[in-house]
Design a protein around this ligand. Structure first.
Ligand code: NAP
Ligand code: GDD
Length: 398
Protein backbone atom coordinates (compact mmCIF):
# COMPACT_ATOMS: atom_id res chain seq x y z
CA UNK A 1 0.00 0.00 0.00
CA UNK A 2 1.35 3.44 -0.94
CA UNK A 3 1.74 6.05 1.78
CA UNK A 4 1.32 9.82 1.46
CA UNK A 5 2.02 12.72 3.79
CA UNK A 6 0.08 15.96 3.33
CA UNK A 7 0.87 19.31 4.93
CA UNK A 8 -2.11 21.67 4.83
CA UNK A 9 -4.55 18.75 5.01
CA UNK A 10 -7.13 20.91 6.84
CA UNK A 11 -7.26 23.40 3.95
CA UNK A 12 -9.45 23.35 0.84
CA UNK A 13 -7.02 21.42 -1.37
CA UNK A 14 -5.75 19.20 1.46
CA UNK A 15 -9.25 17.88 2.08
CA UNK A 16 -9.90 17.04 -1.59
CA UNK A 17 -6.43 15.54 -2.03
CA UNK A 18 -6.87 13.34 1.05
CA UNK A 19 -10.20 12.08 -0.35
CA UNK A 20 -8.58 11.35 -3.72
CA UNK A 21 -5.63 9.47 -2.22
CA UNK A 22 -7.88 7.43 0.10
CA UNK A 23 -10.02 6.49 -2.90
CA UNK A 24 -6.86 5.21 -4.59
CA UNK A 25 -6.03 3.03 -1.58
CA UNK A 26 -3.27 5.17 -0.03
CA UNK A 27 -2.52 5.34 3.66
CA UNK A 28 -2.69 9.08 4.33
CA UNK A 29 -1.01 11.03 7.11
CA UNK A 30 -1.74 14.71 7.60
CA UNK A 31 -0.17 17.34 9.79
CA UNK A 32 -2.37 19.68 11.81
CA UNK A 33 -1.41 22.63 13.99
CA UNK A 34 -2.45 22.89 17.61
CA UNK A 35 -4.83 25.83 17.62
CA UNK A 36 -7.60 26.97 19.95
CA UNK A 37 -10.41 26.40 17.42
CA UNK A 38 -11.50 23.40 15.39
CA UNK A 39 -9.71 23.31 12.03
CA UNK A 40 -10.81 19.77 11.15
CA UNK A 41 -14.21 20.65 9.65
CA UNK A 42 -13.22 19.97 6.03
CA UNK A 43 -11.85 16.51 6.85
CA UNK A 44 -14.28 15.49 9.60
CA UNK A 45 -16.03 12.99 7.29
CA UNK A 46 -12.78 11.10 6.55
CA UNK A 47 -11.00 11.51 9.90
CA UNK A 48 -11.29 7.83 10.94
CA UNK A 49 -9.43 6.84 7.76
CA UNK A 50 -6.58 9.33 8.26
CA UNK A 51 -3.56 9.41 10.50
CA UNK A 52 -3.24 12.87 11.99
CA UNK A 53 0.03 14.09 13.52
CA UNK A 54 0.57 17.38 15.31
CA UNK A 55 3.07 19.73 13.71
CA UNK A 56 3.97 22.95 11.99
CA UNK A 57 6.05 23.39 8.84
CA UNK A 58 8.00 26.28 10.39
CA UNK A 59 9.45 23.85 12.95
CA UNK A 60 12.25 22.08 11.05
CA UNK A 61 12.91 19.52 13.80
CA UNK A 62 9.25 18.57 13.90
CA UNK A 63 9.07 18.23 10.10
CA UNK A 64 12.21 16.02 10.01
CA UNK A 65 10.91 13.82 12.81
CA UNK A 66 7.57 13.27 11.05
CA UNK A 67 9.21 12.47 7.71
CA UNK A 68 11.72 10.14 9.40
CA UNK A 69 8.98 8.34 11.32
CA UNK A 70 6.57 8.04 8.40
CA UNK A 71 8.99 7.58 5.47
CA UNK A 72 6.10 8.31 3.08
CA UNK A 73 6.26 7.43 -0.62
CA UNK A 74 4.76 10.80 -1.54
CA UNK A 75 4.86 14.18 0.20
CA UNK A 76 2.46 16.98 -0.78
CA UNK A 77 3.35 20.40 0.64
CA UNK A 78 0.11 22.39 0.62
CA UNK A 79 0.77 24.31 3.85
CA UNK A 80 0.94 28.05 3.39
CA UNK A 81 -0.26 31.39 4.61
CA UNK A 82 -2.24 31.48 1.39
CA UNK A 83 -4.13 34.77 1.56
CA UNK A 84 -2.47 37.39 -0.65
CA UNK A 85 -3.95 40.38 1.18
CA UNK A 86 -2.84 39.02 4.56
CA UNK A 87 0.70 38.61 3.22
CA UNK A 88 0.99 42.41 2.98
CA UNK A 89 0.00 42.68 6.65
CA UNK A 90 2.07 39.70 7.89
CA UNK A 91 4.96 39.37 5.42
CA UNK A 92 7.35 37.78 7.89
CA UNK A 93 4.93 35.04 8.96
CA UNK A 94 4.04 34.47 5.30
CA UNK A 95 7.72 34.08 4.45
CA UNK A 96 8.38 31.67 7.33
CA UNK A 97 5.45 29.38 6.50
CA UNK A 98 5.32 29.62 2.72
CA UNK A 99 9.04 29.71 1.85
CA UNK A 100 10.65 28.41 5.08
CA UNK A 101 8.17 25.55 5.37
CA UNK A 102 9.07 24.25 1.92
CA UNK A 103 12.78 24.50 2.75
CA UNK A 104 12.31 22.52 5.97
CA UNK A 105 10.61 19.70 4.08
CA UNK A 106 13.24 19.66 1.33
CA UNK A 107 16.00 19.46 3.94
CA UNK A 108 14.21 16.61 5.71
CA UNK A 109 13.96 14.72 2.41
CA UNK A 110 17.61 15.49 1.56
CA UNK A 111 18.85 13.77 4.76
CA UNK A 112 16.29 10.97 4.76
CA UNK A 113 17.57 7.39 4.48
CA UNK A 114 14.92 6.72 1.84
CA UNK A 115 15.32 9.96 -0.13
CA UNK A 116 15.46 8.11 -3.44
CA UNK A 117 12.01 6.57 -2.95
CA UNK A 118 10.26 9.79 -1.92
CA UNK A 119 8.36 11.96 -4.37
CA UNK A 120 7.60 15.55 -3.47
CA UNK A 121 4.89 17.94 -4.67
CA UNK A 122 5.14 21.70 -4.05
CA UNK A 123 2.05 23.93 -4.32
CA UNK A 124 3.38 26.75 -6.50
CA UNK A 125 1.06 29.50 -7.67
CA UNK A 126 0.04 31.58 -10.68
CA UNK A 127 0.52 34.58 -8.35
CA UNK A 128 4.24 34.14 -9.12
CA UNK A 129 3.59 35.54 -12.62
CA UNK A 130 2.22 38.69 -11.04
CA UNK A 131 2.11 41.46 -13.60
CA UNK A 132 3.70 39.44 -16.40
CA UNK A 133 2.09 37.71 -19.36
CA UNK A 134 2.91 36.68 -22.91
CA UNK A 135 0.92 37.47 -25.99
CA UNK A 136 -0.08 35.58 -29.06
CA UNK A 137 -1.72 36.98 -32.16
CA UNK A 138 -4.61 35.20 -33.83
CA UNK A 139 -6.07 36.21 -37.18
CA UNK A 140 -9.81 36.76 -36.72
CA UNK A 141 -10.60 37.17 -40.41
CA UNK A 142 -8.88 34.66 -42.59
CA UNK A 143 -10.08 35.97 -45.87
CA UNK A 144 -11.69 39.04 -47.37
CA UNK A 145 -13.04 38.52 -50.87
CA UNK A 146 -11.38 35.15 -50.78
CA UNK A 147 -7.96 36.65 -50.08
CA UNK A 148 -6.02 35.59 -46.96
CA UNK A 149 -4.87 38.53 -44.83
CA UNK A 150 -1.69 37.95 -42.88
CA UNK A 151 0.89 40.35 -41.50
CA UNK A 152 -1.01 43.33 -42.84
CA UNK A 153 -0.16 46.25 -40.51
CA UNK A 154 -3.22 48.28 -41.52
CA UNK A 155 -5.49 45.36 -40.69
CA UNK A 156 -4.49 45.31 -36.97
CA UNK A 157 -8.15 45.18 -35.88
CA UNK A 158 -8.53 41.89 -37.69
CA UNK A 159 -6.31 40.24 -35.14
CA UNK A 160 -7.05 39.16 -31.60
CA UNK A 161 -4.21 39.54 -29.12
CA UNK A 162 -4.39 36.84 -26.46
CA UNK A 163 -2.60 37.46 -23.16
CA UNK A 164 -1.63 34.33 -21.25
CA UNK A 165 0.86 32.68 -18.90
CA UNK A 166 2.49 29.26 -19.28
CA UNK A 167 5.64 27.45 -18.08
CA UNK A 168 7.82 29.78 -20.19
CA UNK A 169 6.41 33.06 -18.85
CA UNK A 170 8.83 35.01 -16.65
CA UNK A 171 7.84 35.52 -13.03
CA UNK A 172 7.16 39.05 -11.73
CA UNK A 173 5.57 38.54 -8.28
CA UNK A 174 3.51 41.37 -6.77
CA UNK A 175 3.07 40.38 -3.10
CA UNK A 176 5.05 38.94 -0.17
CA UNK A 177 2.99 35.76 -0.66
CA UNK A 178 3.98 35.43 -4.32
CA UNK A 179 7.64 36.16 -3.53
CA UNK A 180 7.66 33.47 -0.83
CA UNK A 181 6.02 31.01 -3.26
CA UNK A 182 8.62 31.85 -5.89
CA UNK A 183 11.45 31.21 -3.40
CA UNK A 184 9.94 27.80 -2.61
CA UNK A 185 9.52 27.12 -6.34
CA UNK A 186 13.21 27.83 -7.02
CA UNK A 187 14.26 25.78 -3.97
CA UNK A 188 12.49 22.74 -5.38
CA UNK A 189 14.27 23.18 -8.73
CA UNK A 190 17.59 23.68 -6.93
CA UNK A 191 17.16 20.57 -4.70
CA UNK A 192 16.09 18.58 -7.77
CA UNK A 193 19.28 19.61 -9.62
CA UNK A 194 21.62 19.46 -6.61
CA UNK A 195 20.48 16.34 -4.76
CA UNK A 196 18.36 14.42 -7.25
CA UNK A 197 15.18 14.92 -5.22
CA UNK A 198 12.04 13.92 -7.12
CA UNK A 199 10.29 17.27 -6.65
CA UNK A 200 7.57 18.70 -8.91
CA UNK A 201 5.85 22.07 -8.73
CA UNK A 202 2.27 22.60 -9.81
CA UNK A 203 1.85 26.21 -10.90
CA UNK A 204 -1.83 26.21 -10.10
CA UNK A 205 -4.13 29.03 -11.14
CA UNK A 206 -7.02 30.00 -8.84
CA UNK A 207 -9.21 27.10 -7.87
CA UNK A 208 -12.25 27.35 -5.69
CA UNK A 209 -14.98 25.12 -4.33
CA UNK A 210 -17.78 24.75 -1.83
CA UNK A 211 -14.96 24.35 0.74
CA UNK A 212 -13.09 27.54 -0.23
CA UNK A 213 -11.93 29.78 2.65
CA UNK A 214 -14.47 32.52 3.35
CA UNK A 215 -12.08 35.42 2.75
CA UNK A 216 -11.28 34.59 -0.87
CA UNK A 217 -13.41 36.63 -3.23
CA UNK A 218 -15.53 33.86 -4.79
CA UNK A 219 -16.56 32.32 -1.46
CA UNK A 220 -17.04 35.74 0.12
CA UNK A 221 -19.57 36.45 -2.64
CA UNK A 222 -21.40 33.11 -2.51
CA UNK A 223 -21.55 33.07 1.30
CA UNK A 224 -23.05 36.56 1.27
CA UNK A 225 -25.62 35.45 -1.31
CA UNK A 226 -26.57 32.46 0.86
CA UNK A 227 -27.06 34.74 3.89
CA UNK A 228 -28.98 37.31 1.87
CA UNK A 229 -31.35 34.69 0.49
CA UNK A 230 -31.93 33.40 4.03
CA UNK A 231 -32.64 36.94 5.31
CA UNK A 232 -35.09 37.36 2.47
CA UNK A 233 -36.86 34.15 3.46
CA UNK A 234 -36.89 35.02 7.15
CA UNK A 235 -38.81 38.24 6.50
CA UNK A 236 -41.85 36.87 4.66
CA UNK A 237 -44.22 39.71 5.63
CA UNK A 238 -41.71 42.32 4.57
CA UNK A 239 -41.12 40.57 1.30
CA UNK A 240 -44.69 39.64 0.49
CA UNK A 241 -45.17 40.01 -3.27
CA UNK A 242 -41.62 41.26 -3.43
CA UNK A 243 -38.98 40.03 -5.82
CA UNK A 244 -35.41 39.69 -4.61
CA UNK A 245 -34.51 42.63 -6.82
CA UNK A 246 -36.89 45.00 -5.03
CA UNK A 247 -35.31 46.99 -2.24
CA UNK A 248 -34.67 50.58 -1.35
CA UNK A 249 -31.22 52.08 -1.74
CA UNK A 250 -31.38 54.51 1.20
CA UNK A 251 -27.74 54.51 2.18
CA UNK A 252 -24.58 52.92 0.92
CA UNK A 253 -24.09 50.35 3.67
CA UNK A 254 -27.43 48.56 4.03
CA UNK A 255 -30.24 47.10 1.98
CA UNK A 256 -33.72 48.09 3.21
CA UNK A 257 -37.16 47.04 2.12
CA UNK A 258 -39.43 49.34 4.14
CA UNK A 259 -37.53 52.54 4.74
CA UNK A 260 -34.87 52.93 7.39
CA UNK A 261 -37.13 51.67 10.19
CA UNK A 262 -37.64 48.29 8.52
CA UNK A 263 -35.36 45.27 8.51
CA UNK A 264 -31.96 45.90 6.98
CA UNK A 265 -29.12 43.77 5.70
CA UNK A 266 -25.47 44.85 5.23
CA UNK A 267 -24.36 45.14 1.62
CA UNK A 268 -21.55 43.04 0.17
CA UNK A 269 -18.29 44.99 0.49
CA UNK A 270 -15.65 44.23 -2.15
CA UNK A 271 -12.47 45.71 -3.61
CA UNK A 272 -11.25 45.57 -7.21
CA UNK A 273 -14.00 44.10 -9.41
CA UNK A 274 -11.95 44.38 -12.62
CA UNK A 275 -9.24 41.88 -11.67
CA UNK A 276 -9.34 38.84 -13.95
CA UNK A 277 -8.66 35.29 -12.82
CA UNK A 278 -8.55 31.83 -14.37
CA UNK A 279 -10.91 30.02 -11.98
CA UNK A 280 -11.33 26.24 -11.82
CA UNK A 281 -12.66 23.70 -9.31
CA UNK A 282 -10.28 22.37 -6.61
CA UNK A 283 -11.39 18.76 -7.15
CA UNK A 284 -10.01 18.87 -10.71
CA UNK A 285 -6.77 20.49 -9.52
CA UNK A 286 -5.83 17.95 -6.84
CA UNK A 287 -6.01 15.31 -9.54
CA UNK A 288 -3.29 17.22 -11.42
CA UNK A 289 -1.13 17.20 -8.27
CA UNK A 290 -1.37 13.44 -8.04
CA UNK A 291 -0.67 12.95 -11.76
CA UNK A 292 2.51 15.06 -11.51
CA UNK A 293 3.85 12.97 -8.66
CA UNK A 294 3.27 9.76 -10.67
CA UNK A 295 5.65 10.87 -13.46
CA UNK A 296 9.06 9.18 -13.72
CA UNK A 297 10.81 12.51 -14.24
CA UNK A 298 9.91 15.41 -11.96
CA UNK A 299 8.89 18.65 -13.66
CA UNK A 300 6.81 21.82 -13.29
CA UNK A 301 3.36 22.23 -14.82
CA UNK A 302 0.83 25.02 -15.28
CA UNK A 303 -2.65 23.90 -14.19
CA UNK A 304 -5.50 26.15 -15.35
CA UNK A 305 -8.75 26.20 -17.32
CA UNK A 306 -7.49 28.39 -20.18
CA UNK A 307 -10.28 30.96 -19.59
CA UNK A 308 -10.26 34.22 -17.70
CA UNK A 309 -13.13 36.07 -16.01
CA UNK A 310 -13.36 39.24 -13.95
CA UNK A 311 -14.71 39.44 -10.41
CA UNK A 312 -17.64 41.28 -12.05
CA UNK A 313 -18.31 38.21 -14.27
CA UNK A 314 -18.34 36.01 -11.18
CA UNK A 315 -20.85 38.36 -9.54
CA UNK A 316 -23.06 38.19 -12.66
CA UNK A 317 -23.19 34.40 -12.70
CA UNK A 318 -23.49 33.97 -8.93
CA UNK A 319 -26.33 36.48 -8.50
CA UNK A 320 -28.14 35.17 -11.59
CA UNK A 321 -28.26 31.76 -9.88
CA UNK A 322 -30.65 33.19 -7.25
CA UNK A 323 -32.64 35.26 -9.74
CA UNK A 324 -30.88 38.62 -9.35
CA UNK A 325 -29.94 40.23 -12.66
CA UNK A 326 -28.76 43.59 -11.36
CA UNK A 327 -26.53 43.40 -8.28
CA UNK A 328 -25.11 46.91 -8.57
CA UNK A 329 -27.04 48.28 -5.56
CA UNK A 330 -26.22 45.28 -3.40
CA UNK A 331 -22.45 45.71 -3.59
CA UNK A 332 -20.30 48.49 -2.09
CA UNK A 333 -16.77 49.18 -3.29
CA UNK A 334 -14.63 49.43 -0.17
CA UNK A 335 -11.02 50.67 -0.45
CA UNK A 336 -10.15 48.40 2.49
CA UNK A 337 -10.22 45.45 0.09
CA UNK A 338 -7.83 46.97 -2.44
CA UNK A 339 -4.24 45.69 -2.31
CA UNK A 340 -1.02 47.74 -2.27
CA UNK A 341 -0.09 45.96 -5.52
CA UNK A 342 -2.56 44.01 -7.64
CA UNK A 343 -2.33 41.13 -10.10
CA UNK A 344 -4.70 42.32 -12.81
CA UNK A 345 -4.81 39.42 -15.22
CA UNK A 346 -4.31 35.66 -15.07
CA UNK A 347 -5.06 33.19 -17.86
CA UNK A 348 -3.16 29.94 -17.84
CA UNK A 349 -2.43 27.74 -20.82
CA UNK A 350 -2.32 24.16 -19.47
CA UNK A 351 -1.22 22.49 -22.73
CA UNK A 352 1.76 20.75 -21.11
CA UNK A 353 -0.35 19.27 -18.29
CA UNK A 354 -2.95 18.12 -20.82
CA UNK A 355 -0.38 16.54 -23.11
CA UNK A 356 2.03 14.99 -20.63
CA UNK A 357 -0.29 14.20 -17.71
CA UNK A 358 -3.51 13.61 -19.63
CA UNK A 359 -5.15 16.13 -17.28
CA UNK A 360 -8.56 17.66 -18.11
CA UNK A 361 -10.98 19.92 -16.28
CA UNK A 362 -14.49 18.69 -15.56
CA UNK A 363 -16.03 21.78 -13.93
CA UNK A 364 -16.24 25.02 -15.94
CA UNK A 365 -16.61 28.61 -14.69
CA UNK A 366 -20.43 28.69 -14.65
CA UNK A 367 -20.72 25.26 -13.00
CA UNK A 368 -18.19 26.34 -10.39
CA UNK A 369 -20.09 29.52 -9.46
CA UNK A 370 -23.44 27.69 -9.47
CA UNK A 371 -22.15 24.89 -7.25
CA UNK A 372 -20.73 27.37 -4.75
CA UNK A 373 -23.96 29.43 -4.62
CA UNK A 374 -26.14 26.32 -4.29
CA UNK A 375 -23.99 25.04 -1.45
CA UNK A 376 -24.10 28.32 0.49
CA UNK A 377 -27.85 28.73 -0.03
CA UNK A 378 -28.36 25.14 1.17
CA UNK A 379 -26.09 25.61 4.21
CA UNK A 380 -28.08 28.67 5.29
CA UNK A 381 -31.35 26.80 4.73
CA UNK A 382 -30.16 23.95 6.95
CA UNK A 383 -29.03 26.37 9.66
CA UNK A 384 -32.41 28.09 9.53
CA UNK A 385 -34.39 24.87 9.81
CA UNK A 386 -32.23 23.63 12.68
CA UNK A 387 -32.95 26.92 14.50
CA UNK A 388 -36.66 26.53 13.86
CA UNK A 389 -36.72 23.05 15.32
CA UNK A 390 -37.40 23.81 18.98
CA UNK A 391 -35.69 21.16 21.07
CA UNK A 392 -38.07 19.32 23.46
CA UNK A 393 -36.35 20.69 26.53
CA UNK A 394 -36.99 24.24 25.33
CA UNK A 395 -40.55 23.83 24.00
CA UNK A 396 -43.27 25.89 25.77
CA UNK A 397 -45.45 23.78 28.08
CA UNK A 398 -49.27 23.98 28.19
P1 NAP B 1 -5.87 26.98 2.44
O1 NAP B 1 -7.29 26.51 2.38
O2 NAP B 1 -5.58 28.35 2.94
O3 NAP B 1 -5.06 25.92 3.33
C1 NAP B 1 -3.80 26.20 3.84
C2 NAP B 1 -3.37 25.07 4.74
O4 NAP B 1 -2.06 25.36 5.26
C3 NAP B 1 -4.29 24.87 5.96
O5 NAP B 1 -4.45 23.49 6.17
C4 NAP B 1 -3.48 25.48 7.09
O6 NAP B 1 -3.76 24.92 8.35
C5 NAP B 1 -2.08 25.07 6.66
N1 NAP B 1 -1.03 25.83 7.34
C6 NAP B 1 -0.91 27.16 7.45
N2 NAP B 1 0.18 27.48 8.16
C7 NAP B 1 0.75 26.31 8.52
C8 NAP B 1 1.89 25.96 9.29
N3 NAP B 1 2.69 26.90 9.83
N4 NAP B 1 2.19 24.65 9.46
C9 NAP B 1 1.39 23.68 8.94
N5 NAP B 1 0.29 23.94 8.23
C10 NAP B 1 -0.03 25.24 8.02
O7 NAP B 1 -5.20 26.87 1.00
P2 NAP B 1 -5.67 26.04 -0.29
O8 NAP B 1 -6.54 26.90 -1.13
O9 NAP B 1 -6.12 24.69 0.13
O10 NAP B 1 -4.29 25.94 -1.08
C11 NAP B 1 -3.37 24.86 -0.83
C12 NAP B 1 -1.98 25.29 -1.25
O11 NAP B 1 -1.98 25.62 -2.65
C13 NAP B 1 -1.45 26.53 -0.54
O12 NAP B 1 -0.07 26.36 -0.41
C14 NAP B 1 -1.76 27.66 -1.49
O13 NAP B 1 -0.86 28.73 -1.28
C15 NAP B 1 -1.53 26.96 -2.82
N6 NAP B 1 -2.29 27.48 -3.95
C16 NAP B 1 -3.63 27.64 -3.86
C17 NAP B 1 -4.34 28.08 -4.96
C18 NAP B 1 -5.84 28.25 -4.89
O14 NAP B 1 -6.38 28.96 -5.77
N7 NAP B 1 -6.53 27.64 -3.95
C19 NAP B 1 -3.67 28.36 -6.17
C20 NAP B 1 -2.29 28.17 -6.23
C21 NAP B 1 -1.60 27.71 -5.12
P3 NAP B 1 -4.89 25.53 9.35
O15 NAP B 1 -6.18 24.87 8.95
O16 NAP B 1 -4.39 25.14 10.68
O17 NAP B 1 -4.91 27.02 9.12
N1 GDD C 1 -10.11 38.34 -1.15
C1 GDD C 1 -10.75 39.35 -1.76
N2 GDD C 1 -11.70 40.02 -1.08
N3 GDD C 1 -10.43 39.66 -3.04
C2 GDD C 1 -11.11 40.66 -3.63
C3 GDD C 1 -12.13 41.37 -2.97
C4 GDD C 1 -12.43 41.04 -1.62
O1 GDD C 1 -13.29 41.63 -0.97
N4 GDD C 1 -12.63 42.28 -3.84
C5 GDD C 1 -11.97 42.14 -4.99
N5 GDD C 1 -11.03 41.16 -4.87
C6 GDD C 1 -10.08 40.76 -5.92
C7 GDD C 1 -8.63 40.74 -5.45
O2 GDD C 1 -8.09 42.08 -5.45
C8 GDD C 1 -8.01 39.83 -6.50
O3 GDD C 1 -7.67 40.56 -7.64
C9 GDD C 1 -9.15 38.86 -6.86
O4 GDD C 1 -10.35 39.43 -6.30
C10 GDD C 1 -8.96 37.45 -6.30
O5 GDD C 1 -8.66 37.54 -4.92
P1 GDD C 1 -8.61 36.24 -3.97
O6 GDD C 1 -9.87 35.48 -4.11
O7 GDD C 1 -8.22 36.69 -2.61
O8 GDD C 1 -7.50 35.33 -4.64
P2 GDD C 1 -6.02 35.69 -5.18
O9 GDD C 1 -6.08 35.62 -6.67
O10 GDD C 1 -5.49 36.91 -4.57
O11 GDD C 1 -5.18 34.47 -4.60
C11 GDD C 1 -5.65 33.11 -4.68
O12 GDD C 1 -5.19 32.52 -5.88
C12 GDD C 1 -3.77 32.35 -5.97
C13 GDD C 1 -3.47 31.71 -7.33
O13 GDD C 1 -3.49 32.66 -8.32
C14 GDD C 1 -5.16 32.37 -3.44
O14 GDD C 1 -5.78 31.12 -3.38
C15 GDD C 1 -3.66 32.16 -3.47
O15 GDD C 1 -3.28 31.33 -2.38
C16 GDD C 1 -3.31 31.48 -4.80
O16 GDD C 1 -1.92 31.26 -4.88
Amino acid sequence: MKTAFITGITGQDGSYLAELLLSKGYEVTGVTRRVSTNTLLRIEHILPKLKIVEGDVTDGFNVSKIIDDEEPDEIYNLAAQSHVSTSFKQPSLTWDVTAGGALNILEAIRYSQVKKQMKFYQASSSEMFGKNFQTSKRCLVISVDGEVIVNDPVAENLYEIKKYQDEKTEFMPQSPYAIAKLAAHHLVRNYRDSYGIHGSCGILFNHESERRGEHFVTRKITKWIGEFVRWHQENPTVFENCQLQEYENLDTDYIYTQGKSGPKFPKLRLGNLDAKRDWGHAEDYVNAMWLMVQQDIPDDYVVATGETHSVRDFLDVAFARVGIDDWSNLVVIDPEFYRPAEVDYLLGVPDKAKKELGWEIKVDFTDLANRMVDSDVETQKLQRSSLQTVPNCCAKKG
